[in-house]
Ligand binder design. Sequence first.
Ligand code: DX5
Ligand code: ZN
Length: 227
Amino acid sequence: MPNTKEYVIAPSILSADFAKLGQEVDDVIAAGADWVHFDVMDNHYVPNLTIGPMICKALRDHGVQAPIDVHLMVEPVDRIIPDFAEAGATMITFHPEASKHVDRSLQLIKEVGCQSGLVFNPSTPLSVLEWAIEKVDMILLMSVNPGFGGQSFIPHVKRKISAARDLIDASGRDIRLEVDGGVKVDNIGELAALGADTFVAGSAIFGEQNYSQVIQAMRANIESSVS
Ligand code: DX5
Ligand code: ZN
């Protein structure tokens, strides 16, 4: 089990004010966030359209140094992977349903120098990991159906967090377990206790005036739940 310093809070900029995105990212990192969670939607794999590599590069050019956690909700995935690497992505995750060749996509992410991860929708089984776990740096469990911020946490995903934690521990590999969707101050501690170590939160952080207060409250709840 990771110690509290190893818990990562990754605000999803989907809920940020896009008219001042650079400032929003600066503010949330200054408020104590660890990573920037970057939701890429294509109006095809998911019914919404968001941001692409140009915006990722713009954040790097603006001076953002924090890891950028690119969550691809696009189909197909391979064409866009090198563009995100070029644009400064640190990790790139994708949904196995969106790639015809999961192993090839994972390899491609490694080849372009990024960390790789697979994302599991609430009803997608973890079974693909049987033949993919050796090529992932992160497992991302969706606790809402992908496409929109501000949805409610789907409770059965708690059981999936425990199952994914068991798989990671059994593999003996250094793999992060990230949860995305409906993560709030009130449930983050329980999710950490179940074995998650990386938390995406969009509306819970950007929906408040004081980012630092929310992030501190999240860390305090993680700490008290795991100690
Ligand atoms: C949903 C996205 C999430 C979303 C989370 O498809 O992957 O990252 O922004 O938003 P909240 O934290 O508001 O549920
Ligand atoms: Zn996401």
